[in-house]
Design a protein around this ligand. Structure first.
Ligand code: HEM
Length: 166
């Protein structure tokens, strides 16, 4: 629950920073600040998601309600796996895009991050596009995830939300 809500908050924050910063014309101090915050939050999300996955693999999650049809259990688990893949893939594509653009990343302005690829003008547009497309996939999946949660809470009233709300 702790990881779920913290990571959700960070994703929403960095998604908003990402969407605003790319539309700021020219190079301004604010734009550069937003790019840095965006990257630092994104890297934190990656690290926290690794910890979350470790926790998830070593702890059994609460059961789904017995009344839940099997197809809905499968759909929910499938969407959860897809969300995990996106939450790993998005920071990774952003990280590689920065490096391909020749911009090294210094986490929190203190810790230089590993340079795992060299500047690469050919790869740069592909990684930029990948970062964007994965973000759009996240937006859609997040919408489905929230709609499903709202349906269970207010239409089915099956208390499934207690799996993730204390
Ligand atoms: C879960 C984490 C992340 C989310 C949700 C996210 C989301 C976004 C969004 C919504 C945009 C705007 C895309 C557009 O409208 O073109 C963006 C752009 C960008 N992101 Fe991320 N991002 C994440 C992680 C990262 C990380 C870790 C880095 C680098 C270390 C990064 C680097 C960038 C860069 C450089 C851009 C600007 C692309 C451009 O110039 O068009 N992102 N991101």
């Amino acid at each position: 629950m702790f990881f779920h809500w913290l990571i959700a908050l960070l994703i929403i924050t960095t998604f908003i920073f990402g969407s605003i910063m790319v539309d700021i014309p020219g190079i301004t101090p604010n734009k550069l600040r937003y790019y840095s915050w965006h990257k630092w939050i994104g890297i934190s999300i990656f690290g926290l998601t690794c910890l979350r996955l470790l926790w998830r693999l070593t702890h059994t999650p609460p059961e789904f309600p017995l009344t839940l049809p099997v197809w809905q259990k499968k759909a929910a688990s499938g969407l959860h796996v897809f969300l995990y893949l996106l939450i790993f893939g998005i920071p990774l594509s952003g990280y590689l895009f920065s490096l391909a653009s020749g911009i090294p990343i210094v986490y929190l302005g203190i810790f230089p991050m590993p340079i795992i690829i060299n500047p690469n003008p050919e790869l740069k547009p592909l990684l930029k596009e990948l970062h964007y497309v994965l973000n759009m996939a996240l937006l859609i999946s997040f919408g489905l995830h929230v709609l499903a949660a709202l349906k269970h809470q207010f239409v089915d009233r099956d208390g499934i939300i207690s799996r993730i709300v204390p």
